[in-house]
Write a protein that binds this ligand. Structure first.
Ligand SMILES: Cc1ncc(COP(=O)(O)O)c(C=O)c1O
Length: 452
């Protein structure tokens, strides 16, 4: 199996063998040795429609043959126009314009810059601060990383990051109130009010949050009235509310946008990952005309130039993917199969090291703990989530791990986010493989602890 330094590829991990994937079909991937893997997280919440969809590949090829690239400052093209129209129809009301980029991080950067530029151009230049949550993740470029609470990603770059004030995310399993006290500042959203007062409302431009937690909180779902409170606070202090739906958007939680579950409309909506089903890198900053208009009448452009924004082939992939989601009713299927997934996963709560299972639709987090009664996480040095993920992959199951959510260092969880086309038998297989990989992981952690 290829690995560093034998191959010329600069891999994402430098101490690991990489199976070479040669084909994908539905929820399964196949490597060159013929081994199959059940892709229970769409790679990284991306392959939402399954692998090997000919009609999306054809749409991309057709566009590439017509014209592969034009610059977004000079021309527009049909895939961008048609995809933006699809998104305007699917998005929460009013989010009717889409600015296309490649990655979630780029679109988050664009959203944050938009908020800042909007206030400068509407005569409130003091408004520049962004408030974000802990735990929370918004990307890996420097501004998006600044807004993220993933401390180990920041280790080498702290000097370059900007200060982003934080409030605790609603994460009932790890909250002192355990989600039981409606007036808890973290769980109710009133922590935002305190933060805005502390920072000075005249300096705060934006609040950014994932409507349902991604991997940072293992799919934590806020109280039903959480975002109503957030919306009220943002309105009162003229703060733009940015819903980061890079992970939860495009149907993942059983609604087109996860924020719809809360009956609230954000000022800006960020989509990425599943928007093209992974067939091309694509993300979108969606904004309402009422906020773009002041920029249109002042400087005339969002100051976020990127060569590959509004890319024709990426937009063609997105257009084909979104049309496929709509035609096949995949958002409703995500809701329906999500119920099956969560019902089946519940059985894992009987296992000694499964502390909590949460999420919505086809997004589920399984949090592992060393001690269930006290919710004590495994010490980080055991690398529990990483060991589990390797064990699962050896058994042919691909899951997404996350670490550090319990206290910034310790904490192990895995995310399950299978393609929306997943079947009941495949869900059964996922649950059974998770149980088997957990048993193997606990066995190897015990022998590692004994021998050390
Ligand atoms: C909520 C959220 N925002 C932003 C990002 C960054 O997206 P990308 O990795 O495509 O840059 C991610 C990626 O995991 C994410 O989960």
């Amino acid at each position: 199996m290829p690995r560093y330094p034998d191959s010329p590829v600069f891999y994402r991990k430098l101490a690991k063998d990489f199976p070479k994937i040669v084909r994908g079909e539905g929820c399964r991937l196949f490597d060159e040795a013929g081994k199959s893997y059940l892709d229970a997280c769409g790679g990284a919440f991306v392959a939402n429609l399954g692998h090997g969809l000919g009609e999306i590949a054809d749409a991309m090829a057709e566009q590439a043959r017509k014209v592969a690239y034009v610059n977004g400052t000079a021309f527009t093209h049909e895939p961008a126009e048609a995809l933006a129209a699809e998104l305007a129809a699917l998005n929460p009301k009013g989010l009717d314009k889409a600015y296309f980029l490649g990655s979630g991080s780029e679109a988050v950067e664009a959203a944050l810059k938009f908020a800042r530029q909007y206030f400068v151009e509407t005569g409130k230049p003091k408004k520049h601060k962004v408030i974000a949550r802990t735990p929370g993740y918004h990307g890996n470029t420097l501004l998006a990383l600044s807004a993220s609470a993933r401390e180990h990603y920041k280790t080498y770059f702290r000097e370059w990051l900007v200060d982003v004030p934080r409030i605790p995310a609603p994460y009932a399993y790890r909250c002192q109130c355990q989600g039981e006290r409606p007036e808890c500042p973290a769980c109710s959203g009133s922590a935002l009010l305190e933060a805005i007062h502390r920072e000075g409302p005249e300096t705060v431009a934006a609040f950014i949050a994932e409507p349902i937690g991604g991997s940072s909180t293992g799919g934590a779902v806020p109280r039903p009235d959480y975002f109503k409170r957030i919306r009220e606070i943002c309105d009162r202090y003229d703060v733009l509310f940015i819903a980061d739906e890079v992970l939860t958007g495009c149907g993942r939680t059983g609604a087109w946008a996860a924020i719809e579950h809360f009956g609230v409309i954000p000022d800006l909506l960020v989509l990425g990952k599943g928007i093209s089903g992974g067939y091309a890198p694509l993300s979108a900053l969606c904004a309402p005309t009422r906020l773009i208009d002041p920029i249109a009448k002042s400087s005339g452009a969002l100051m976020h130039a990127q060569t590959f924004s509004h890319h024709p082939v990426s937009c063609a992939a997105g257009l084909a993917a979104v049309r496929y989601i709509r035609r096949e009713g995949l958002v409703a299927r995500s809701a329906k199969m999500g119920e099956v997934l969560h019902r089946r996963l519940k059985k894992l709560l009987d296992l000694p090291n499964v502390g909590d299972i949460r999420g919505r639709g086809l997004l589920a987090g399984v949090e592992f703990v060393e001690d269930k009664a006290t919710r004590r996480p495994f010490p980080r040095k055991l690398k529990m989530a990483e060991t589990f993920t390797e064990a699962a992959q050896r058994r042919g199951l691909v899951v997404w791990p996350n670490v550090g959510q319990a206290n910034g260092t310790d904490g192990d969880l895995i995310m399950l986010a299978p393609p929306f086309i997943v079947t009941e038998p495949e869900i059964g297989e996922i649950v059974q493989l998770v149980a088997a990989a957990l048993e193997e992981t606990m066995g190897s952690l015990k022998s590692a602890t004994k021998s050390s």
